[in-house]
Design a protein around this ligand. Structure first.
Ligand code: VGL
Ligand code: ZN
Length: 202
């Protein structure tokens, strides 16, 4: 068991990000056995769940004339548009059936406000609206976080960068993540994580 101040944060291991899902990440399901094994090693375990209303502004379907993977300018900056995914209450929003959820102490949902997307588990895409996760971790005495899950270059990377900015010691286990890689985003975000002092391991 890791030290009492170490948390595992499992990002978005949901049906829609696994093969066959609406925003499938190649091999997204392959990481699940390692995620399950890791949960037994950490005294604090958090799962995140992307959780959008059907009217969500990150969906291309809500922007007439736009297609999935186009981008638009929102009040908070550039926003990539996605296929409809992780709609609240849908099968696609459920955790993958092979993911063990019993070991989780907390499940944090994000992306539920129609007007703003939330890649990070800590802040929405304006980088200022908190999800509450920081307070939870601090109240539990957590100083170090290890991140795994989907997708490496979006929700995992944004979460890791925010955690580093907040002063947590951050490790990302790249072998227990899979990426979307849109226009070179995987290399770009891995470089950003390294530059921010995130420990990158397998
Ligand atoms: C994610 C794009 C849109 C992710 C979530 O989990 O990385 N990516 N919503
Ligand atoms: Zn999403």
């Amino acid at each position: 068991m890791r030290a009492a101040d170490q948390a595992l944060i499992v990002i978005d291991v949901q049906n829609d990000f696994c093969p066959g899902g609406a925003l499938a990440v190649a091999e997204g399901n392959v990481i699940i056995p390692r995620v399950n094994a890791l949960m037994a090693e950490f005294p604090v375990v958090v799962l995140t769940q992307d959780w959008h209303p059907p009217t969500h502004s990150s969906f291309a379907s809500n922007h007439p004339g736009k297609a999935a993977f186009d981008s638009v300018t929102m009040p908070y900056g550039e926003q990539t548009l996605w296929p409809d995914h992780c709609i609240q209450g849908s099968n696609g929003a459920l955790f993958h059936p092979a993911l063990r959820t019993d070991p989780a102490d907390l499940i944090i949902r994000k992306g539920f406000r129609p007007a703003i997307d939330s890649y990070s588990a800590f802040f929405e895409n304006d980088r200022t609206t908190p999800t509450g996760l920081e307070g939870y971790l601090r109240n539990r005495g957590v100083t170090g976080v290890t991140l795994v899950g989907l997708a490496t270059d979006y929700c995992v990377a944004y979460s890791a960068l925010d955690a580093a900015r907040l002063g947590f010691a951050v490790t990302v286990l790249l072998g227990v993540c899979r990426g979307i890689d849109l226009g070179g985003s995987l290399t770009r975000m891995v470089d950003q994580m390294r530059a921010a002092g995130v420990a990158l391991e397998d």
